[in-house]
Design a protein around this ligand. Structure first.
Ligand SMILES: NC(=O)C1=CN([C@@H]2O[C@H](COP(=O)(O)OP(=O)(O)OC[C@H]3O[C@@H](n4cnc5c(N)ncnc54)[C@H](O)[C@@H]3O)[C@@H](O)[C@H]2O)C=CC1
Ligand SMILES: CCCCCC(=O)/C=C/[C@H]1C=CC(=O)[C@@H]1CCCCCCC(=O)O
Length: 252
C-alpha cells in the first residue's frame, strides 16, 4: 500500500520518534495529523514541517492520549481537516518509574488502549471506515527483561499482547484493519538522553549504560524506515518488528 494521499494520525508527534515517523510519512506523500500533549512543542514542529511540506498536508492538534474526549477531537479533526483516516500510529509513551510509576501505566498502557480502540472503530469498514493500518509502539524492553525500568517494560509487554489479541479478532481483520507492532531498542531521543544523564527514572543507571554500550543507539530515521515497512507491506499483519543498532531488523 502506498502512503501517498493517505491520512495518518500520529500520537506523541511533537518530538523524537513520533516526529520522525510523521516526517517519513510526509516525505512519501501522506497527509499527517500530528498530535501531542505538549502544545508548544507541537506548534513548533508544525511550523518546521509546514516550511518543508505542503501546509495542506500537515496539521497539529493538542491531544493527551489519556483523555478520551481529546482523542475524539483528534480523530474528528483528521477527518474534517485532512479528509479521513487510513493510518494510526500510537507512539506516545513515557518512562516514569519510582513514585510516578502510575503515570507510565496511564499513558503507555491505558492511553494506548484508548487510542487503539478508537482507531479500530474509525477504520472498520462496517462502522463507516475505509480500513487501514494501526501501528502500536512497543519496545525491545517489552520483550527482553532488564532490571532498569520494570513498570516501563511491563507496559510495553502489555502493548504487544493487547495489539496481537485485537489482531486476531475477525471483526478487525474482516473489516480491512491491519495491526502491527514496532519494538525498537535504544533510539537517540530525549527519553533516553534524560534518563541516562540524570538517572531520573532508571533504577540501575549503571546497567542501563552498559546495555546502551552493548546494544548501541539508533537515529530516529532508522526507526521511521521500519514504520514505513509495517505500513506499506500489506502482508504484515499482527507482526512485531524488532529493530536495534547492533542486530538490525527482525520479525517475531
Ligand atoms: N527512545 C527509545 O529508545 C525508545 C522509545 N520507544 C518508545 O517510542 C515512543 C516515543 O519515544 P521517544 O520519542 O523516545 O520519546 P520523547 O520523550 O522524545 O517523545 C515522546 C513524545 O510523546 C509525548 N507524550 C507524552 N505523554 C503524552 C500523552 N499523555 N499524550 C500524548 N503525547 C504524549 C511527549 O510530549 C513527546 O512529544 C514511546 O512510546 C517510547 O516508549 C520505544 C523503544 C525505544
Ligand atoms: C528499559 C531499559 C531502561 C534503560 C534506560 C533508558 O535509557 C531507557 C531507554 C528506553 C527508552 C525507551 C525504550 O524503550 C528504551 C529501552 C530500550 C531497551 C532495549 C533493550 C535491548 C535488548 O534487550 O536487547
Amino acid at each position: 500500500m502506498s502512503v501517498a494521499h493517505k491520512v495518518a494520525l500520529v500520537t506523541g508527534a511533537a518530538q523524537g520518534i513520533g516526529r520522525g515517523l510523521s516526517e517519513i510519512l510526509l516525505k512519501h506523500g501522506a497527509k499527517v495529523l500530528l498530535t501531542d500533549v505538549n502544545q508548544a512543542a507541537g506548534d513548533k514542529t508544525l511550523a518546521e514541517l509546514t516550511a518543508k511540506y505542503d501546509q495542506s498536508r500537515v496539521a497539529f492538534v493538542q491531544c493527551d492520549i489519556t483523555k478520551q474526549e481529546q482523542l475524539e477531537t483528534a480523530f474528528a479533526t483528521a477527518k474534517s481537516q485532512l479528509g479521513g483516516i487510513d493510518i494510526v500510529v500510537n507512539n506516545a509513551g513515557i518512562g516514569d518509574e519510582g513514585d510516578r510509576w502510575e503515570n507510565t501505566v496511564d499513558v503507555n498502557l491505558k492511553g494506548t488502549v484508548k487510542a487503539t480502540k478508537m482507531a479500530i472503530d474509525n477504520l472498520r469498514k462496517d462502522r463507516g471506515g475505509k480500513g487501514g493500518v494501526i501501528v502500536n509502539m512497543a519496545s525491545m524492553a517489552g520483550l527482553n527483561p532488564n532490571p532498569c525500568g520494570p513498570v516501563y517494560c511491563a507496559t510495553k509487554a502489555a502493548i504487544i499482547m493487547f495489539s496481537q489479541c485485537w489482531g486476531m479478532n475477525p471483526d478487525v481483520t474482516g473489516n480491512g484493519v491491519r495491526i502491527n507492532i514496532l519494538a525498537p531498542a535504544f533510539v537517540d531521543t530525549d527519553l533516553v538522553k534524560q534518563q541516562l544523564q540524570k538517572g531520573k527514572d532508571v533504577i540501575r543507571p549503571d546497567i542501563a549504560a552498559m546495555m546502551v554500550e552493548r546494544v548501541g543507539i539508533m537515529p530516529v530515521e532508522q526507526v521511521a524506515e521500519a514504520l514505513l515497512e509495517l505500513v506499506t507491506d500489506e502482508s504484515k499483519h499482527n507482526a512485531v518488528l524488532k529493530i536495534s543498532a547492533s542486530t538490525g531488523k527482525s520479525y517475531q
